[in-house]
Design a protein around this ligand. Structure first.
Ligand code: SF4
Length: 436
């Protein structure tokens, strides 16, 4: 009889991939099967996020909920970045927790479930050469880790403290995983890392291939050779590592979706310096213009933090100016959240009213930009890969990352269709098939 596993994942794509690994390892080696119902689970895992203070604070109320509804002998395990950040403190504060497994220790899952009250949060544990069991269920999209950790020191960010130093995963392992995933039906590969375009900066074992410079551009070229792969995406590149070679490959390689996430964080050089982002607004804009010159229809996304300590009105307007100039297609925007152990933690926060007001102004500006862009999409033709089918509606993403809905058509998952945009409703784009 298989045991039941309930897993809830918070936060980023890296956490989603870690949860995939946990599920595959427990299925393959410990005879677990997944359940959506925590009440029938033998093991409940919360894979946590601590990028902002709120999710970390919410963790203990979440634990309380599951402790109340769980089966008598069921176990509760806490994984992910909050596990790394708080470690044994979690069990002290919540005795109903059976183990704590840090973000960089996922490969220890089959051992830790057998050790009551165990805490495994080694910050620089190296599992970059560990071959995880693989989920063999058919899926048109495959998330694949290409590196773990981050070597940057952005002054607001907790990730280096929870996911440790940056190590690239051997190229052979990535290509092997991609081959297996396409055999299981994947058409789209999404490469994951904190700074994907810094791939190859450091391996824990010397790369086998020595005659070629193993970097992100080379990885993109090699993975494109797998013919079954139709689309390649990646999350998240760092503006600092957007050299010409990378941008030219991005533009030239037809399999690479012409959508790129460029986390700006702030448009002010003073704030970028305080954030230790390592680039200037001029460099950021230069890279954007280079990409747009080679890919005029490119979709660009970004992350922005408002009200970083010492951000004054002029700094904020510098951010608004860049948003107006670039016209981002996606924007994740937040008020600065002080994180313990980060360099900025002790800096005086900006008044919350001012912070909220700035966020509102920024989000309203972006809303106007999106409305204008949606209007300009009418009658444009896009290559859309179908990702979801709901009743008689098919939904997919365009070759520049936009979500497009096709009504009254049940199309094939993973297939790419030519679609003309017919209308937009509140920013959602609708289209119909074009016979070309
Ligand atoms: S690059 Fe900066 S923001 Fe991104 S994970 Fe690393 S430290 Fe955090």
């Amino acid at each position: 009889m298989s045991k039941k596993l309930f897993i809830k994942t918070f936060g980023c794509a890296m956490n989603t991939r870690d949860s995939d690994h946990i599920i595959a390892e427990l299925k393959e080696k410990e005879n677990y099967s997944l359940t959506e119902n925590a009440k029938e689970a033998d093991l409940i895992i919360l894979n946590t996020c601590s990028v902002r203070e709120k999710p970390e604070r919410k963790l203990f109320s979440e634990i309380g909920i599951y402790a109340n509804i769980k089966k008598p002998n069921a176990k509760i395990g806490i994984c992910g970045c909050t596990a790394s950040a708080l470690g044994a403190e979690i069990i002290k504060k919540a005795p109903s927790v059976d183990f704590v497994l840090g973000a960089r220790n996922v490969s220890k899952i089959t051992n830790i479930i057998k050790n009551p009250k165990a805490v495994e949060v080694e910050i620089n544990y190296d599992e970059s050469n560990y071959e995880f069991c693989m989920n063999t269920e058919s899926n048109i999209r495959a998330l694949i880790n290409i590196s773990i950790g981050c070597d940057k020191k952005c002054s607001y960010c907790i990730v280096p403290h929870t996911r440790g130093k940056e190590i690239s995963i051997p190229l052979e392992m990535i290509l092997k995983e991609a081959e297996i995933r396409v055999k299981n039906g994947a058409k789209e590969i999404i490469l994951l890392g904190q700074n994907v375009n810094n791939y190859g900066a450091r391996f824990s074992t010397p790369p086998k291939t020595t005659d070629k410079k193993i970097n992100f551009t080379y990885l993109l070229q090699e993975i494109s050779k797998i013919k079954e792969i139709k689309r390649i995406k990646f999350v998240s590149p760092h503006p600092l590592h957007m050299d010409d070679e990378f941008i030219e490959e991005f533009a030239r390689n037809e399999k690479i979706v012409k959508y790129i996430h460029m986390p700006l964080q702030s448009g002010s050089n003073k704030v970028l310096k305080d954030m230790k982002r390592g680039y200037s607004r001029e460099w950021f804009l230069d890279r954007v213009n280079k990409i747009k010159s080679l890919c005029p229809n490119v979709g660009i996304g970004t992350d922005i933090i408002v009200a970083f300590p010492n951000e004054n009105e002029n700094d904020f307007y510098d951010t608004l100016e860049i948003v107006k100039e670039v016209e981002f297609d996606t924007m994740y925007s937040f008020i600065y959240s002080p994180r313990k152990d980060t360099l900025a933690f002790h800096l005086k926060e900006i008044d919350s009213k001012i912070a909220t007001n700035r966020l509102e102004i920024l989000q309203n500006l972006h809303k106007q930009i999106l409305e204008k862009k949606a209007k300009n999409e009418i009658n444009k033709i896009h290559k859309v890969m179908i990702e979801n089918i709901k009743d008689t509606m098919s939904e997919g993403r365009s070759d520049n990352g936009r979500v497009i809905k096709i009504q009254n058509k049940k199309l094939n998952l993973g297939e790419i269709y030519n679609v003309v945009i017919t209308n937009n409703e509140n920013g959602s784009l609708f289209g119909s098939l074009v016979n070309v």
